[in-house]
Design a protein around this ligand. Structure first.
Ligand code: C2E
Ligand code: MG
Ligand code: MG
Length: 754
């Protein structure tokens, strides 16, 4: 081979080398692959048996990239492995050793003989490896050296300008690879950072292209929808996460937008159902927006799983409409249901009934077993009500021990009655508590919807009927009728008028004398309440007393009666007969007897009236039935009143339990035999026997006896024969305004026959 031919060959092979490197630079997936391929090409073309790549680090040093090329037939010394290991283990600063020199100067360098080079830091290692010559060249990006390639040969090789020239070109080619890699790295880093930002977002981030394919999917989206990123990218969004019933609308919406570019849902905040990868449906909140780049639309959304929020909302709503204890619908929901059913019902065909249920004496359960037991009982009642009902019926709790049942499909009153009876029967069986059984009953009011019924009036009507059931003995049902309505209305009117009566001075006290059975002289005066009604005239207690009792108005009214009676008593004590003693008595209601401060109030009133007890005594009358409601407590109160010097009478004796034996347990002065025994006393043997027995026993116990309602002389004579002490009745005097009493006190006898 001639010198020229050899030169031409070399030139050709260098050209091929540059071509190979250009290919490697273009085709290699990474810069590392390009380096491996290029290193081999250089070694093979130039016949330098060993090649090595070093990369520059962030701290401007060179470190082995651990890319080597070692020719098979290199004939290296035994020390090569050590040379290689040591080279890989160290780094080269600028100017240090062969690579350091290339790094510092940015240009190739050549060492023909390692032994002779004073700057050859790996000299001993190289000698042991049989390496004599070496050269190295840099790879640049701009002016920066990013890598250095070094080559070694066993024999001594003089520097070749031609070779170094070619290597400069190789360096430039590979520089492009590094440049491209750096750009790719920057993009990858950018994308990674974007993904990281998206992944760190609490909301699911979803991207979709104009074909409806998923293009972006962050970690939260994986969590929310269950689809891993890799599994969903490229798939149709409609077929993966859009709920079945929205798929059509979703596809159409996308098409319409692409056609018209008029957004409908874009930019909005929506709540929709979505599908999880496992197939379950759940609610999401989603915000959508679109982006146009390079004439292409893409769509993005932030979505959030709102299952918990929806559940909380549902829970709140449920709580607002249900009773917390029993879980039954509350008043608000019952009213609402009733309104709906009233609006929907076919009045001609099917009626609607409302049952108002109130437990009888429920307070006693709370008082004797505690509130926990009370709650348990209410829950049991709720269960039983529900058990009795048909699917269309609704049971709810209004308050305390009041329940309501709405029956929308009753064709006649009889049907509702059957339901009421079933409820009563169900409630009557004992309720088991921990150690006890509670026996309950209920009072039920039933009302039927009329054409113009509204929920409130219908519930009100059932309430009125329930009240009627209560006041007529409890433990049964009553059907509402118009008469009840009228009664209730009049009750309500009387109640409101009665509230004013006291303030407006419409109340009066009349007094009826009680006379001695022997000479008809006045021994006592009973105060009887009257209401001077502005329109209806003088009203007797029978017309308003029960309302005063039920509403509690009796308490202030009773206090007024007491004061007024005391005032009158004091007046008479000062003005009249020298031979009083006389007692003036006032009727006490059950409500007053149960009042905790009754004794203190009586004491205060008596003290402020300052009546001389040696001239006039103060008295109280309590009916037999009231005393027997709670005999123990009554006995205690009566004892305290007696200590205040109050004259105590048992009123209407014989109408209640008629137990003579209990008389001795009460510290009383007088028994007033009820007028029902007096009316027939002249003829009726059994009345005579009863009054006789009462009188005898009373006398044994040291009590005096008054007969009420004496109207005729025959009655008066029969009573006198029996030995009754005192008489009261129209025969002697009707109840009178106080101004008429003075004359009677002055008269020695009220006997009309004298
Ligand atoms: P009471 O205490 O048994 O009073 C006697 C009632 O019999 C009075 O009715 C009286 O007018 C009536 N009476 C008296 N003599 C005769 C008679 O010869 N024949 C007939 N048929 N009746 C006679 P009144 O005044 O209508 O009072 C009714 C009831 O109202 C009283 O019965 C008493 O329980 C209650 N009452 C009256 N005033 C008060 C009051 O200030 N406070 C309370 N808590 N109750 C009162
Ligand atoms: Mg009385
Ligand atoms: Mg009486």
């Amino acid at each position: 081979m001639t010198h020229t031919a050899a030169n031409t060959d070399t030139a050709m092979s260098y050209l091929n080398l540059l071509k190979d490197i250009a290919i490697a630079a273009n085709e290699a997936a990474t810069s590392r692959d390009a380096l491996v391929a290029s290193l081999r090409s250089v070694c093979e073309t130039t016949r330098w048996p060993v090649g090595h790549v070093l990369l520059s680090t962030a701290s401007c040093q060179l470190e082995s990239a651990q890319i080597w090329h070692v020719a098979d037939d290199a004939g290296l010394g035994q020390g090569f492995d050590v040379f290689r290991t040591e080279t890989e283990a160290r780094s080269f600063s600028a100017g240090e050793g062969l690579p350091g020199r290339v790094l510092a100067n940015g240009s190739p360098a050549w060492i023909a003989d390692a032994d002779k080079d004073c700057n050859y830091v790996r000299r001993d290692l190289a000698r042991n490896a049989n390496l004599t010559s070496s050269f190295a060249f840099p790879i640049h990006i701009g002016t920066e050296v990013v890598a250095v390639l070094e080559f070694f040969a066993i024999e001594r090789r003089p520097p070749s300008a031609e070779l170094l020239d070619v290597m400069t070109h190789v360096g430039v080619q590979l520089g492009r690879v590094f440049e491209r890699q750096a750009a790719d790295n920057a993009i990858a880093a950018h994308n990674r950072r974007n993904q990281q930002i998206l992944d760190s977002a609490g909301d699911a981030f979803i991207g979709m292209d104009a074909n409806g394919r998923v293009t972006a999917w962050n970690r939260a989206a994986e969590d929310v929808f269950g689809w891993p990123r890799t599994a969903i990218l490229g798939r149709s969004l409609t077929e993966t996460i859009v709920a079945e019933q929205y798929r059509g609308a979703h596809a159409q919406g996308l098409k319409r937008f692409l056609d018209t570019e008029v957004p409908r849902v874009l930019g909005q905040h929506l709540e929709l159902p979505a599908i999880h990868q496992d197939g379950h449906e759940f609610p999401i909140e989603i915000t959508l927006w679109s982006l146009r780049t390079d004439n292409q639309w893409s769509f993005y959304a932030f979505a959030r799983d709102i299952t918990a929020r929806k559940a909380a909302e549902r829970d709140l709503k449920h709580r607002a409409l249900h009773d917390t204890l029993t879980g039954l619908p509350n008043r608000a929901l019952l009213s609402d249901r009733l309104a709906q059913q009233l609006a929907r019902r076919d009045i001609g065909r099917l009626g609607l009934a409302v049952l108002f249920i109130d437990l009888d004496h429920f307070k006693r359960v709370n008082d004797s077993f505690g509130h926990e037991a009370g709650d348990q009982v209410l829950n049991e009642v709720a269960d039983r009500l529900q058990r009795c009902l048909r699917p269309a019926d609704t049971a709810g709790r209004l308050s305390g021990d009041e329940f309501l049942v709405i029956c929308p499909e009753v064709s006649k009153p009889r049907d509702a009655v059957i339901i009421a009876q079933r409820l009563l029967a169900e409630l009557i069986s004992p309720i088991r508590l921990k150690d006890d059984s509670v026996f309950l009953s209920a009072s039920i009011g039933v009302a039927f919807a009329e054409a113009d019924s509204d929920p409130d009036s219908l519930i009100g009507a059932a309430d009125i009927a329930m009240y009627e059931a209560k006041s007529s003995g409890r433990a049964h049902y009553e059907l509402f009728d118009q008469r009840m309505q009228i009664q209730v209305a009049s009750r309500l009117r009387i109640e409101s008028e009665l509230r004013n009566a006291l303030d407006q001075g419409q109340l009066r006290l009349h007094f009826q004398p009680i006379v001695s059975a022997t000479d008809a002289s006045v021994v006592a005066l009973e105060a009887l309440l009257r209401w001077q009604h502005p329109q209806r005239g003088l009203l007797l207690p029978g017309e308003f007393m029960h309302i005063a009792e039920e509403t509690g108005l009796i308490v202030p009214i009773g206090a007024w009666v007491l004061e007024e009676a005391c005032r009158q008593a004091r007046h008479w004590a000062l003005e009249h007969r020298a031979d009083l003693p006389l007692w003036v008595s006032v009727n006490l209601s059950g409500r007053q007897l149960a009042q905790a401060d009754l004794v203190a109030m009586v004491e205060r009133t008596l003290a402020s009236a300052a009546i001389d007890p040696s001239r006039i005594q103060f008295g109280l009358e309590i009916t037999e039935t009231v005393v027997m409601r709670d005999p123990e407590a009554a006995a205690e109160t009566l004892r305290a009143l007696r200590q205040l010097g109050v004259h105590l009478s048992i009123d209407d004796f014989g109408t209640g339990y008629s137990s003579l034996s209990y008389l001795k347990r009460f510290p009383i002065d007088t028994v007033k035999v009820d007028l029902s025994f007096v009316t027939g006393i002249a003829e009726d043997k059994s009345d005579q026997a009863i009054v006789d027995a009462v009188t005898r026993l009373a006398h044994v116990l040291g009590l005096s006896v008054v007969a009420e309602g004496v109207e005729t002389q025959a009655q008066a004579e029969a009573l006198a024969r029996i030995g009754v002490d005192y008489l009261q009745g129209y025969r002697y005097a009707r109840p009178q305004a106080p101004e008429h009493i003075g004359n009677m006190l002055r008269a020695s006898s009220l006997d009309p026959s004298q």
